[in-house]
Design a protein around this ligand. Structure first.
Ligand code: GLC
Length: 729
């Protein structure tokens, strides 16, 4: 449709039709059981059947046939036959699940991330999805927050790069079997006070701009046409009604022309925040902020007529939003082809294909992080006769992750199944030992007896694999935790098994960094599988027995204790930095320390071991003086000093030693993933320009300062391998 035709259509619409375009409800309002479970508080939103006939969009319509049927019937009944836009949460896979985004971020791999999003987009498009509510690029530095599983972790550069890669994967060239992208949750949803989902956020504008906003901007620049304001308030102002961020920054500074859709019921929640008195106020406030579509609440339909009559909103505001929605439908070609790529037969052929599962497998292998491997306990030898497979995740199929769209546990490979397939002749002694339940109701003596029974089988085995962690539905939306340790039953089990056999390796599952201090000292090896998706068990088998070599690097810092949270590597020095290595007690009574624990994390951002070892050469610079229009190339050699071919994500950090405000001790600026054969050495180079050194200064100007900098190249954020340079202006 041409712009003129769109304007003509807009001019013909009744007010009721316009208000309908600005509303999204669940598919289940139209087709019984057509959609996924509700992802919000309630499904009754006070609309009448005649309102539903004018809807602009539905969410969670599942299956090509349902989408085609719904679209056909809907358009026949719509006065101007305007197609619905079908939106869904395709976060880490549509049906074939790859690892949760926090895990996939550990692969530090733009291409792999894009490839996974591409596959998900293809499966979703064939099943009738037009737009996915992804990527989620909320910076996450608080492991108590359940939705960190959905993010790319704590770092701005990693989030920018991988969020943009996901958008490229989803949107592609806008052609065959692609979907649109709605970046979320705008903004800073990942910094709720106390780590509690939906809680308020208190950030300085400097931190907001320096750390939290770039990820959303990168996703929009990569081609996302939609954005979703977040549930949280910032500085006491609910984001769905935050004019400064939604209009001045998003539409003004960034020039965003696409559509904004609220989160689920978030219009009504402005009143629940206590920032609006009536439902009329609730319908008014977002309208002034450029939030175009209202998800799963009906205030726009129910109250806009009065607001117009009272002059509290204008028809121009309504038309501006309706125009954006029509433009986005037009951009997807829905007026010419309202069913887009929905095709049940093609979906049946393509979905869960061997190629898709192979990609999910590779992603799961490259997302796993080898946290510890003393004395190269892993990989186990494949010729073992007996393996003791212990723990609630030994045969558990619920390891695909929280936001798994239409993925099902039945199609997920468990660790037991993965190992059985790899080593059919090995006898596997299986004992869950305990449940994964978070809240324990079993008497401790029963837990201990079960743990001892499970530990006993470890005696008979040639190797022991302890599979423990956090269940997939104990992270994700609404699932924040005040304690991030293993639940008591698993702590008892780990104690018994690892005391019985300190050569037992731990396979850890979960959707967040966890406090593993209860058992970490007792084991020689810990491989963090996260929630690895459909092929998780196969990936685990390949990694444990050496058919795959771990190369994941932590996308989020692992604390020693929840008491350290939020914790992240790009921290400030403070005026009282710890001078000596972290030691408990009172080394310096007046420094920024804990009396009872080191301030350092258990494992740093970027940490991850391999089955080989790597040696980094010193950082060399082609010049130690950077001019405003010049660049510096930082180089280091990386050598594989072990005996297996392996991948390494080489990280490039910069430190601005002096700013007009306090600057972080390091900031990731780039990363490159290389493969090295045993003994092979490669030179890895990174370029830095003046623009890479800009920050929000004391006057909130985005500038760089002349002065001294350090350029680091290393295997993780703890690296001290750097060379100094100066920026001259
Ligand atoms: C949920 C989530 C959001 C999701 C939406 C639709 O509450 O906050 O991420 O896209 O509702 O399911």
């Amino acid at each position: 449709m041409t712009n003129e035709q769109l304007e003509q259509l807009l001019s013909e619409l009744s007010l009721e039709e316009k208000l309908g375009q600005l509303t999204q409800c669940e598919a289940s309002f139209f087709i019984e059981n057509a959609g996924l479970a509700a992802t919000g508080p309630e499904s009754a939103i006070g609309l009448k059947p005649e309102d539903l006939k004018l809807m602009g969009s539905v969410l969670n319509c599942v299956g090509a046939e349902n989408c085609i049927k719904l679209q056909r019937e809907f358009m026949e009944n719509h006065p101007h036959h305007i197609p619905l836009i079908m939106m869904d949460d395709v976060i880490h896979g549509y049906r074939t699940q790859y690892p949760i985004p926090l895990a996939l971020a550990c692969a530090f791999d733009d291409e792999l991330t894009e490839e996974c999003a591409r596959m998900a987009s293809h499966e979703a498009a064939l099943e009738g999805v037009h737009v996915t509510f992804a990527p989620m690029v909320d910076i996450s530095r608080d492991a108590r927050w359940g939705r960190c599983m959905e993010s790319c972790g704590e770092d701005t550069t990693l989030t920018k790069r991988l969020g943009a890669a996901m958008v490229r994967g989803f949107v592609g060239d806008g052609g065959e079997n692609t979907v649109g992208s709605c970046v979320k949750h705008f903004c800073a949803y990942g910094a709720p006070e106390a780590g509690r989902d939906y809680n308020n956020v208190e950030l300085s504008e400097r931190t907001l701009r320096q750390t939290y906003l770039p990820g959303y901007k990168a996703a929009l620049d990569a081609g996302a046409h939609w954005i979703m304001p977040s549930f949280n308030s910032i500085g006491h102002l609910p984001m769905t009604g935050n004019s400064y961020i939604l209009k001045d920054i998003l539409r003004g500074e960034w020039g965003f022309k696409g559509a904004a859709i609220s989160d689920y019921n978030a219009f009504r929640e402005i009143q629940w925040h206590g920032a609006a008195e009536t439902m009329k106020d609730v319908a008014e406030i977002p309208r002034h902020c450029g939030v175009d579509m209202e998800m799963m609440s009906g205030t726009t339909i129910l109250h806009s007529k009065e607001l117009l009559a009272e002059g509290r909103i204008t028809m121009e505001e309504i038309d501006t939003s309706v125009r954006r929605i029509l433009q986005e439908k037009n951009a997807l070609g829905l007026f010419e082809n309202p069913f887009r790529f929905a095709n049940a037969d093609a979906a049946a052929d393509y979905i869960m294909s061997d190629a898709n599962k192979a990609l999910a497998l590779r992603a799961a292998e490259e997302s796993a992080v080898l946290l510890k491997n003393d004395g190269a306990l892993l990989p186990f030898k494949k010729d073992i006769k007996k393996l003791a497979l212990i723990g609630p995740f030994a045969a558990e199929k619920g390891i695909k992750g929280f936001w798994s769209c239409v993925g099902v546990d039945e199609e997920t490979v468990s660790v037991y199944e993965g190992i059985k397939a790899l080593l059919p002749d090995t006898e596997i002694l299986l004992d869950a030992g305990c449940s994964y339940d978070l809240l324990n109701t079993t008497p401790i003596d029963v837990l201990t007896a079960n743990a001892k029974k499970a530990a006993a089988i470890a005696k008979e085995a040639d190797a022991v694999l302890l599979c423990i962690g956090e269940y997939q539905n104990y992270s994700g939306e609404g699932n924040s935790r005040a304690e991030i340790r293993l639940p008591l039953p698993q702590r008892i089990l780990a104690q018994e098994v690892l005391s019985e056999n300190p050569d037992a390796a731990v396979l850890l599952f979960g959707g967040r960094p966890q406090d593993i201090s209860d058992f970490e000292p007792l084991t020689r090896a810990i491989l963090y599988m996260w929630q690895p998706g459909t092929m998780g068990g196969t990936a685990a088998a390949h990694l444990v027995f050496g058919d795959a070599v771990p190369c994941g690097k932590l996308s989020m810092t692992f604390p020693r204790s929840v008491g350290q949270v939020p914790i992240y590597y790009a921290h400030q020095t403070t005026g009282r930095a710890i001078k000596d290595p972290d030691i408990p007690g009172m080394p310096h009574p007046f420094t920024s320390r804990y009396m009872d624990m080191p301030v350092s994390p258990l494992y740093a951002f970027g940490h991850g071991l391999s089955y080989t070892t790597f040696e980094y050469g010193p950082v060399t610079l082609n010049t130690d003086t950077l001019t405003e229009d010049g660049s510096i190339t930082a180089t280091a050699t990386v050598k594989n000093t072990g005996n297996v071919t392996a991948k390494e994500s080489v990280q490039f950090y910069v430190r601005d030693l002096i700013g007009s405000v306090a600057r972080p001790v390091k900031e990731l600026k780039d990363f490159k993933k290389i493969t090295l054969a045993p003994g092979e050495e490669k030179t890895v180079s990174f370029t830095v320009k003046e623009e890479d050194l800009r920050y929000w200064d004391k006057d909130l100007q985005y500038v760089s300062d002349a002065g001294a900098f350090h350029a680091f190249i290393g295997p993780d954020s703890d690296t001290q391998n750097y060379a100094g340079f100066v920026l001259k202006k």
